[in-house]
Design a binder for this molecule. Structure first.
Ligand SMILES: [Mg+2]
Length: 269
């Protein structure tokens, strides 16, 4: 095995070459997962922070013409904003593609017409449930509703949750149910990172994209890439990505190389 000889600061030779080629595209979109890619994985999600070297490279990239950087995360937009520390100009996509902040002042959930109809139906259903269980509390979410049962007796909580599950399951079979501690959440969105990549490509009119991710849900984003794009799996695990990096330090190095190649290309160097 001679791979070591072809690795530059943790970046395999074929990826270096692909980065050099990508840097020459007319309209470049660099899309990055957050946890495990920009930020090392941590036990408490609120403690996650981007590698400062990656942040520096991202800051360099967003200042270049014809270049867009986007974070594409399973986190809510609110959480992503709070922990990523991303510089101005970086586009944010949260909830696996259900929430968007594309810098056009229209931050929020991008629901299809069908999802909007489902959300209205869901509101009607959950309001009905709440009227039968007045101690339960309904919270509106970007793409759904949460039924909180904290403080209720166990019997009352169970009755309210069962009523909600049955009512919504019967009338809105496409709605996703997620149970938490003293809460039952319902969402009308079944977005994936593939949806996020399609939307991002249209929004940025990208002529080529890079996507780097470390998790199973990132495979949807890799699969949405096209010839000429660049896919980078971070860490171990099966993947359809064409390139792989060891961890967040190598991602920082890759972004530094890309920023440098892109700047040199734009300067005609
Ligand atoms: Mg991740």
């Amino acid at each position: 095995m001679t791979a070591q000889a072809h690795v530059f600061d943790g970046i395999p030779g074929p990826l270096l070459e692909a980065l050099r080629s990508l840097a020459k595209t007319a309209q470049l979109t660099v899309a990055l997962d957050f946890d495990g890619v920009l930020a090392p994985l941590v036990d408490r999600p609120n403690d996650a922070r981007s590698d400062p070297k990656s942040l520096q490279a991202i800051s360099d990239l967003v200042l270049l013409s014809g270049t867009t950087v986007a974070l594409v995360s399973g986190r809510s937009l609110e959480s992503l904003r709070a922990v990523s520390g991303s510089p101005d100009g970086v586009l944010l996509i949260g909830s696996h593609g259900a929430e968007y902040d594309l810098g056009d002042g229209r931050a929020g959930v991008a629901l299809t017409a069908e999802e909007k109809r489902a959300l209205t139906e869901l509101e009607r259903a959950i309001t009905g449930v709440a009227s039968r269980h007045p101690e339960a509390r309904v919270e509106g979410k970007p793409a759904g509703f949460a039924l909180h049962t904290r403080g209720l007796t166990p019997d009352a909580a169970q009755a309210a949750q069962r009523d909600a599950s049955r009512t919504i399951g019967a009338t809105l079979p496409g709605v996703t149910h997620r149970a938490g501690k003293d809460v039952l959440e319902f969402s009308v969105v079944a977005a994936t990172k593939a949806d996020a990549m399609h939307r991002l490509r249209l929004h940025t009119t990208a002529t080529a994209m890079l996507y780097a991710g470390d998790d199973v849900t990132d495979e949807d984003a890799f699969a949405a890439l096209e010839p000429g794009d660049l896919s980078v799996k971070v860490g171990a695990g099966a993947t359809v990505a064409l390139h792989r990096l060891h961890g967040t330090a190598e991602v920082a190095q890759m972004l530094r190389v890309l920023a440098s190649d892109r700047r040199n290309h734009l300067l005609g160097a």
